[in-house]
Design a protein around this ligand. Structure first.
Ligand SMILES: Cc1ncc(COP(=O)(O)O)c(C=O)c1O
Length: 442
């Protein structure tokens, strides 16, 4: 007698959607696309239909789908050593750490490896708590206050949702971790008023991805740094989406305020081009004047860890991806292609678009929701306008990613070429024109 589960999975009559509905939690509001194969910037579904993938698994596929460099690293390391425990000396972690410290950060510090962006942020949050114990308030009690910003997204763990200043990710999961203060992004007076003797860290995304592609101003990043220095608090940058070339620079904030030096940085997403890996970098500086302990040594033996984090396979793939980004000049390509997307879209002055913005290939197109509503293309009962437009693009063969209610992101691989950018823009424009509104001005 055949195993009933195998029989269900093999039966062609059962659609992928039915399988998922039956056997996986309903926590994702999935679109109908069922991808089976990818090559570069192209994705193919179960029927063989081709899509231009400008979502890239939400800024993950930094080299596109199934890049030979990734396939080779997977195969070679897969035949050598896939996993061993962090009880042992894992050379790949040292080599990847060296690349992140010397080439990416260009600042003395040390790295820790984990499996996702949320986990990387957990490590930063735990570092902040430990740091707060080591550098207490005047009365000797630990500092525990962490400031984060409206529309941020820092992951789905309890630490992540406590840090995230969006009600929708917290709702129903209370009680959350205490100690977080959420402030308006780019509001320097609000920040100055909020920092106090309990403040131990400021955590922010230099470019908010999930929150709608919102850029920090240079003044704001500098104010965060200045206040951290003044109060000996940690400046922590969540670079999970914006880091490692996505903004056209190794350091995501470099196009905005290159002189800013954070105390900690988290990465994931594009770090290994689709292989699950997260990492943090912690700066080498004393925890307090006259103290010989550096913040990069605060998380000592036994204080933090994870079984899979930084195993030989993940490190080998990540190093191969980052070396390819460097050797192929992909930061510069991301900067150029991103500028092209933003300038072209803004040049349309399309009635259904409010504005396009972004840095490098972290680009967001803000929809004119009022115009969409007035021509009957969108209403509150149809769900988010960003999803309605994302679905229309998908039907036309272009994959983009919603960010909040009114923004769609284009996050193609860092090696996307001009021809594919032109094709994507042509599809985007054609779909908007077909959706209606007043005729475009150009
Ligand atoms: C800025 C930022 N931080 C953290 C996360 C969480 O990363 P992960 O989904 O890998 O846990 C995300 C994911 O979108 C993110 O964009």
């Amino acid at each position: 007698m055949s195993d009933p589960i195998t029989a269900v999975i093999k039966a062609p009559a059962v659609s992928t959607q039915d399988l998922l509905t039956r056997y996986t939690l309903p926590n994702y509001g999935r679109l109908s696309l069922a991808p089976v194969r990818g090559v570069g910037v192209r994705l193919f579904d179960e029927s063989g239909r081709e899509y231009l993938d400008f979502g890239g698994g939400v800024a993950v596929c930094s080299l596109g789908h199934c890049h030979p460099v990734i396939a080779r690293a997977l195969e070679e390391q897969g035949h050598t050593l896939i996993h061993c425990s962090n009880w042992y000396q894992i050379r790949g972690q040292g080599e990847l750490g060296r690349f992140l410290v010397e080439t990416v950060m260009e600042q003395p510090g040390k790295c820790l490896f984990c499996n996702s962006g949320a986990e990387a942020n957990e490590a930063l949050l735990k570092l902040a708590r430990k740091f707060g114990h080591l550098t207490p308030k005047a009365d000797g009690t630990p500092r525990a206050g962490i400031i984060t910003f409206h529309n941020s997204f820092h992951g789905r763990t309890f630490g992540g949702i406590s840090a995230t200043a969006q009600e929708k990710v917290k709702h129903g999961f209370e009680p959350l971790l205490t100690g977080f203060t959420h402030l308006p992004y780019n509001d320097i007076p609000a920040l100055e008023a909020a920092v106090n003797e309990d403040t131990v860290a400021i955590l922010l995304e230099p470019v908010q991805g999930e929150g709608g592609v919102n850029l920090a101003t240079a003044e704001f990043l500098r104010a965060c740094e200045r206040l951290c220095r003044k109060h000996n608090a940690l400046l922590l940058l969540d670079e999970v989406q914006s880091g490692l070339g996505r903004t056209g620079s190794w350091r995501g904030w470099e196009p905005i305020a290159p002189e800013v030096v954070p105390d900690g940085v988290s990465w994931a997403k594009g770090i290994a081009g689709g292989f699950p890996l997260g990492a943090v970098w912690i700066r080498q500086r004393s925890i307090a004047p006259g103290n010989s302990l550096d913040i990069c040594d605060v998380l000592g033996p036994g204080s933090h860890g994870t079984t899979y984090g930084g195993n030989p396979l993940g490190c080998a793939v990540s190093l191969a991806v980052l070396q390819e980004v460097e050797c192929a000049g992909l930061c510069a390509n991301a900067a150029n292609m991103g500028r092209r997307i933003v300038d072209t879209v803004n040049g349309w002055q399309h009635p259904l678009i409010s504005v396009a913005r972004g840095v490098g290939l972290l680009t967001g197109i803000e929809l004119n929701v009022a115009a969409l509503e007035s021509c009957g293309l969108w209403s509150a009962d149809k769900g988010l306008a960003s999803i309605v437009v994302t679905e229309a693009m998908m039907d036309a063969g272009l994959l983009v990613i919603a960010a909040g209610p009114a923004v769609v992101r284009m996050l193609p691989p860092l090696n996307v070429d001009e021809a594919d950018v032109e094709t994507a823009l042509r599809i985007f424009r054609r779909v908007l024109d077909a959706m209606g509104g007043d005729p475009p001005k150009h």
